[in-house]
Write a protein that binds this ligand. Sequence first.
Ligand SMILES: [Zn+2]
Length: 80
Amino acid sequence: MESVCRRCYHFSKNLYRVTTKDGGVVLLNMLVCVSCARLARSLGLATVKMESAKTVAKTKRVQAMTDSKQQPVQPPLSIR
Ligand SMILES: [Zn+2]
């Protein structure tokens, strides 16, 4: 999934879904970046932060790698 704002085409790690409903009819439904979501919110539009399961898994993997690095592998001793 591309993490690009549909409004300003700025690459963003966290996307927000902005929706506008009028009488139960969805008029607007687009993914935007943080700054555009803030703007939408100031205009009174509904914004929901998108939680990506992929991003969560990636973060956990990075933490696991960091833990394994706490025990450095001994470099082989050169025999002379
Ligand atoms: Zn934007």
